[in-house]
Design a protein around this ligand. Structure first.
Ligand code: PLP
Length: 405
């Protein structure tokens, strides 16, 4: 079975459900998960899908069906995970900057929790003491990741408790007799260099003696997937090998087996996703040919937010003469999906597909300009399944309360 969605299937979906449309390939998600499983065979590791990348319920159900665990970044994601069938033991809640009420709700739900501030750690101690095991999200002061907006472990980052506050962490731990069973670090997204994870492991290594209840070394997510042609992703087999070595070292030194957890988002769902758009307008100016599509940063913000590259193909004219285009959206800001991009000749009405759009695409979408969020379709067993309807005017008005004038 092909793990990509063919041009014909994308066109068929566009004619059945209209555009803009998100389409995902279920078996591609499975294949990515299996690659992790295969690479880490024999390594004591567990994977938690970072569902912030894509929380469509059917996608969560699929991830659950293949045996993967789930990582959540809000209490609502925890509730979605429960709804999708995950049991609390499979759910991890890695928090950042949240209210203590959310932590209480997570404990109530019985899921694993990583706490990322001294203030919430203290509140946790007061509320639960040693009654509920807890993890700590640390800031290791390591710069990593594809760009600053997605670098989360450096010394100016808001994420995690700075490692230099270890004494304060230990004081709270001792005072409330906390059972800290997990240390967590997520240094960023799109980490190509495997050694970043090993640096994190080295930090954990030195911390082990301070945390006698420690069982889990959570290294976060951030595996890179290739976006540009010829680009390389994280070398997963090499990562598995290096992590295996590190775990052996831990076991030898401390006489104890630690489990490694990872929280991949993009790695599992980026490449499975496609955003299909229709070309509204071709605008030939003296300097640039603009192809204006019926979408924008309200549906896929990555190019505008992080200058992310997404490959774009003309589905309707795959053999047309290649020209250079700026592909833009229809939003009232400059919302280019691509600049100076060679694409087969684009005509008004053509279908363009934006690839590698599964992660942080629909999920970061909005109704800006009172535009509808696209429908979402899952290709599973070669069948197209509608997994979210396109918004309607009723959706835009659903929570609004008009006044009488
Ligand atoms: N874990 C945490 C704590 C994160 O903040 C993120 C992304 O922001 C992830 C995992 C997933 O990252 P990625 O999608 O790059 O794998």
């Amino acid at each position: 079975m092909s793990l990509t969605i063919s041009n014909e299937q994308l066109q068929a979906a566009a004619s059945q459900y209209g555009t803009p449309l998100y389409m995902y390939h279920a078996e591609k998600i499975t294949a990515q998960y299996q690659q992790l499983q295969n690479a880490f065979e024999g390594v004591y590791a567990r994977f938690f899908y970072a569902c912030k990348a894509l929380t469509n319920l059917a996608v969560l159900q699929h991830v659950h069906s293949i045996g993967c665990n789930i990582d959540c970044s809000s209490i609502n994601e925890v509730y979605l995970a429960l709804k999708a069938g995950f049991n609390p033991e499979q759910i991890l809640y890695t928090s950042n900057g949240i209210s203590f009420e959310e932590i209480e709700a997570a404990v109530e739900a019985g899921v694993s929790v990583n706490i990322d501030s001294l203030s919430n750690l203290e509140k946790f101690g007061k509320a639960y003491g040693s009654r509920y095991p807890v993890g700590i999200r640390l800031r290791p002061n390591i710069m990593a990741g594809g760009n600053l907006k997605i670098s989360t472990g450096h010394n100016g980052s808001k994420f995690g408790i700075p490692i230099e506050q270890l004494t304060e962490i230990l004081t709270i731990k001792e005072h409330y007799k906390l059972r800290i069973n997990c240390l967590h670090v997520h240094t960023g997204s799109e980490i190509k260099d495997v050694e970043v994870f090993i640096k994190v492991a080295d930090i954990f290594y030195d911390l082990v003696p301070s945390f006698p209840d420690l069982q889990v070394l959570d290294m976060g997510g951030g595996f890179k997937v290739p976006y540009q042609e010829g680009e390389k992703g994280t070398d997963i087999p090499l990562l598995a090998k290096r992590v295996g070595e590190v775990l052996n070292k831990f076991e030898k030194s401390y006489g104890k087996k630690f489990q490694v957890w990872f929280e991949p988002g993009k790695y599992l769902v980026s490449e499975c996703g496609y955003l299909i758009t229709s070309v509204n307008v071709i605008k030939e100016t003296p300097t640039v040919i603009f192809a204006g599509v019926n979408s924008g940063f309200n549906h896929l913000i990555r190019p505008m937010f992080y200058e992310a590259y997404h490959h774009i193909k003309n589905l309707s004219n795959p053999n047309g003469k290649v020209k250079i285009y700026a592909v833009t959206g229809n939003i009232c800001e400059t919302d280019n999906f691509a600049w100076d991009r060679p694409i087969n000749e684009i005509r008004e009405g053509d279908l363009l597909v934006i690839e590698n759009a599964g992660a942080y695409g629909f999920e970061m979408g909005s109704n800006y300009n009172a535009r509808f969020l696209p429908a979402q379709v899952l290709l599973r067993d070669e069948k197209m399944l509608l997994i979210r309807k396109r918004d309607t005017m009723e959706d835009l008005l659903k929570n609004q309360i008009g006044l009488s004038y």
